[in-house]
Design a protein around this ligand. Structure first.
Ligand code: CA
Length: 456
């Protein structure tokens, strides 16, 4: 157990609390990850005080499936955890989830906000489940609320409003988290407190002051605002999630002007959610709980902000799969930035190991604790997917294959990030790379899980 005493005389050690923070659709375009133009001071501070994983990947490029995978420690397969709408209770009813194993080990477990995609999913794992009341689609302005109330339609894709932070859901979630911390401090029981923040997920709604942090003239389109002819057509999509919003053209590529406006909105939403996270972390500190609390913060998948002319997630480009992952834990060296490849399914065994809890035997991930302690580990790859596209990140390569029901690949995509970080040149069909393709395909198939094809 991480917190066992090194003293020769036995000291009683309290089990560490867990503050489990998930941020919806947060890509690692943050100051601490090198995006100096992004205002993310609170997440940056968490990185300074903890460990930053520079190469963390989601296991599925959509909300519900990614979350169910993280919380069960199981990989998505061909038929398990396959959509934004995934329910753990349907896809993996027997799995002992991460909150449940902490509950079974004496922890008080609380789920605030969007932790699982469905509020009451895996309800036995939680002592308390809470989500904030909010206006339709979390808009603050009357006109936008009315637009969002039309049957089957949504409001605008972004909103700039002169309102306090607590008008939107994430402000309420932060306040609830702080109230919980105050209560939990008085209790003897260790806690697993989960906070699921919903920004920067669409719609990009944030108070004025977060929009005003960014000068629109200084916001740029990504360097890969293009769909190269060598990339398989199947890799692209129509950004359908965004099309549902008011005033977004129903088809065709988005104009530069709209794309820049959307990027501005995303940045505002990132700074807004960062401020809410900061309120909770400050409270943890002020209450004296920080010294015995492990804080983990993760994004549920990546996000395209015009990369490959796409918006939203739903692909296996680096921009869809790469996520922020930070862990701050007592007795772990601060300020480490690690380049070992890790996956979100590694969170479950890591938290168990740090808390001295025995993990279930069927977990697919591996603990990251040894990496945080300055050692290495053998597993140094990540496997992710979206629909029939299954991808492996290995060394500098990101290799995707689209497979049929028997696991047979029928389309391939390979990028070498050491020479092509923008993914402009698909190498998969080039003669010179056939051996690499063969090796990566083999690594993908042997590590995607014994139940990949057979899971119902
Ligand atoms: Ca999401």
């Amino acid at each position: 157990m991480l917190f066992s005493s090194c003293d020769t005389k036995q000291k009683e050690v309290s089990p560490p609390n867990i503050l489990f923070i998930t941020v919806d659709d947060l890509r690692p375009e943050l100051n601490t990850y090198g995006a100096s133009y992004i205002q993310s001071p609170n997440i940056d501070l968490l990185a300074e005080e903890g460990v930053q994983f520079n190469r963390a990947y989601c296991n599925f490029a959509s909300c519900g499936a990614s979350r169910a995978s993280v919380l069960t420690g199981l990989r998505p397969t061909r038929n398990r955890f396959i959509s934004y709408n995934t329910k753990k209770d349907i896809d993996a009813p027997k799995a002992v989830s991460l909150p449940l194993i902490f509950k079974k080990n004496g922890y008080k477990t609380i789920s605030n906000g969007k932790v699982y995609h469905h509020m009451m999913d895996d309800k036995m794992a939680w002592d308390e489940i809470w989500r904030p009341p909010s206006a339709q689609m979390d808009y603050a302005l009357k006109n936008n609320i009315e637009l969002a109330q039309r049957k089957g339609l949504r409001g605008p894709a972004y909103e700039k409003a002169n309102v306090p932070d607590s008008t939107y859901r994430d402000g309420k979630i932060a306040l609830k988290g702080i109230r919980d911390l105050k209560k939990l401090k008085k209790e003897k029981q260790p806690f697993f407190l989960a906070l699921g923040f919903v920004k920067p997920h669409l719609p990009f709604n944030a108070p004025n002051k977060y929009w005003d942090l960014y000068d629109p003239k200084k916001i740029n389109l990504p360097d890969n605002f293009v769909q190269p002819p060598s990339t398989p057509k199947k890799a692209f999509h129509t950004s359908g999630e965004l099309r549902k919003y008011h005033d977004i053209p129903p088809k065709g590529h988005f104009s530069d002007e709209l794309s820049l406006q959307l990027i501005h909105g995303y940045y505002a939403a990132v700074s807004y959610v960062d401020a809410q996270i900061g309120k909770v972390l400050n409270s943890l500190e002020r209450l004296g709980l920080a010294e015995n609390t492990i804080v983990v913060l993760w994004g549920d998948h990546g996000y395209n902000l015009g990369d490959h002319k796409l918006f939203c997630k739903h692909s296996t480009f680096e921009s869809s799969l790469h996520v922020p992952l930070l862990i701050k834990a007592p007795q772990i060296k601060k300020g480490q930035k690690l380049n070992h490849i890790v996956e979100l399914i590694d969170i479950y065994p890591t938290l168990c190991e740090m808390a001295g809890i025995k993990s279930p035997e069927n977990l697919a991930g591996e603990s990251m604790l040894t990496l945080m302690q300055g050692n290495t580990r053998q597993k140094d790859y990540a496997i992710s997917k979206f629909n029939e596209a299954v991808a492996i990140v290995n060394d500098d390569f990101l290799y995707t294959e689209w497979t049929d029901n028997s696991g047979h690949p029928y389309e391939r995509m390979l990028f070498d990030h050491s020479t092509d970080p923008l993914e402009m040149d698909n190498l998969a069909e080039k003669e010179k790379y056939q051996k690499t393709v063969e090796e990566l395909s083999s690594a993908l198939h042997s590590n995607w899980g014994d139940d990949y094809l057979n899971t119902k």
